[in-house]
Design a protein around this ligand. Sequence first.
Ligand SMILES: [Zn+2]
Ligand SMILES: [Zn+2]
Length: 262
Amino acid sequence: MAKLVPLFSSSKGNSYYLSGNGNAILVDAGRNAKQIENALFQNDLSMNDVGAILVTHEHIDHCSAIKVLAKRYALTVYGTKGTLEALFEQDKIDSKTKTEVIEDEVAIGDFGVIRVDTSHDARESCGYFITTPDMRKCSFVTDTGFLMQSAKEALKMSNAAVIESNHDIEMLKCGPYPYILKKRILSSTGHLSNVDCAVELPKLVNAGLTRIILAHLSEENNKPDIALSTSKKSLDNAGFVMNKDYTMAVAPVETNGKYITF
Ligand SMILES: [Zn+2]
Ligand SMILES: [Zn+2]
């Protein structure tokens, strides 16, 4: 059985713990090291269980603890070539940080990791399709202006998925953000809206996805109940019943002790 614990999710910081058969990895580490250690502790977990860190891109909300954690626990940081170069240039990792480029796919211990494409205003952002040591499949697709083909395919093959549901389009348009920032978020290299997430979900549940985590919600331009109801409505309309055909939750800004198994 695989276990997925959302530790942090918002534009303030993102990090997920994924384990199976006693092995674990982190996807992103976008708070400081102490906060991530504490979040794991609150879930009766520890960085000592973690074998590697996967990073999706170089924006600070995904990588702020990477240099410290990699050094403290002698971990390798995995990412695309562009992301690792950007992290190095921005001093978010240094020459002592052990890194490995993910070209297409890589084995990390007993985890199989395939990168999937995301469309984001970063050097070479990606998401991940991960097969856990007990052969469960999980996708991480956040920070993407739209769902690209490889991401859609990965999500369809997944038992569990962390998928972006960043903003309610009307809240964003009417909200306090400056025009230039609104334009960035709404662009094809920005963030995925509630509606764009919701539209895709029936196809994914139909293909076998049963555990959905809506992630990277904007604190200004979204609310957990709006994200949830938008996606639930889309799945209702397709005839799928929540808590029977699938479960769905919002990844919390900070861990609330909840996790999923699959
Ligand atoms: Zn982000
Ligand atoms: Zn980003």
